[in-house]
Design a protein around this ligand. Structure first.
Ligand code: ZN
Length: 61
C-alpha cells in the first residue's frame, strides 16, 4: 500500500494586477477654477500646468 499523504497540487500564487496603471507616476491634475481633470504630465508639476479650458493653474488631484 503506497502511503501517499499530503499531496499539494495546484498551489499557484495569484498574479494580480494585470496591466493598467491606476495610480502610477502620472495621476491627474485638477483645475483650481473649473475643476476639470487632466492627465498629469510627467516631469511637469501640476502647478505649472494650465487648464486647457480656462487657463487657470492646476493643482494635484
Ligand atoms: Zn479650468
Amino acid at each position: 500500500m503506497p502511503n501517499n499523504s499530503g499531496g499539494g497540487f495546484g498551489r499557484g500564487g495569484r498574479r494580480g494586477l494585470g496591466g493598467g496603471f491606476a495610480r502610477g507616476p502620472g495621476g491627474y491634475c485638477i483645475c483650481t477654477k473649473c475643476g476639470i481633470k487632466e492627465p498629469h504630465k510627467i516631469a511637469t508639476p501640476c502647478q505649472t500646468q494650465k487648464c486647457q479650458k480656462c487657463g487657470s493653474p492646476m493643482t494635484r488631484g
